[in-house]
Design a protein around this ligand. Structure first.
Ligand code: GNR
Ligand code: NI
Length: 164
């Protein structure tokens, strides 16, 4: 059975940890990804990075489907920006920063490589929401958060609110 994991909340310093590459594609990795998907669905999120559940490895889960029945797992993801001039703005939220959303501008032409739970390598040039979500999640793996893109004054206001 999948278990619900505790999601770290900003400004928890553990969210600033840089995640390590996954090297063992074993049963415990599969179990963690199932628990993360369960936790993501419970929180009505579209993505979740292992960093958010205090597991500092390069693992991301996602489901962008309307019916919430297309779970995806990305391990050791890497992306390259294909076109620096092509940008998209999207109102983002984060399960680690509850009650807050902000328009974030990001590159929207990227090429992506990742591994699946068997260690098999995949490549794709994603489109739309996947492009945005994977960058948001990969920021988590680098210890970076949405609030790092906004003004320090706004960030501090959110920090105070969530520290209560
Ligand atoms: O649930 C989430 N929604 C979302 C909306 C726009 C851009 C990114 C996201 S990811 C977020 C879940 C989360 O915090 N993932 O790290
Ligand atoms: Ni997030």
């Amino acid at each position: 059975m999948a278990e619900k994991l505790k999601i770290l909340k900003f400004p928890d310093p553990r969210l600033r940890t840089v995640a390590k590459k996954v090297t063992k594609f074993d049963k415990s990795l599969k179990k963690l990804s199932e628990d993360m998907l369960f936790t993501m669905y419970e929180g009505n999120g579209i993505g979740l990075a292992a960093s958010q559940v205090d597991r500092h490895i390069r693992l991301i889960v996602m489901d962008l489907s309307e019916d919430r029945n297309e779970p995806r797992v990305f391990i050791n993801p890497e992306y390259e920006i294909i076109d620096n001039e092509s940008l998209a703005s999207f109102e983002e939220g984060c399960l680690s920063i509850p009650g807050f959303s902000e328009e974030i501008i990001r590159p929207d032409k990227i090429s992506l490589t990742w591994q699946d739970l068997d260690g098999k390598i995949h490549k794709d040039n994603p489109e739309g929401l996947l492009t945005i979500c994977i960058q948001h999640e990969m920021d988590h793996l680098e210890g970076k958060l949405m609030v790092d893109y906004i003004s320090p004054i706004k960030r501090d206001r959110i920090r105070k609110k969530l520290s209560k």
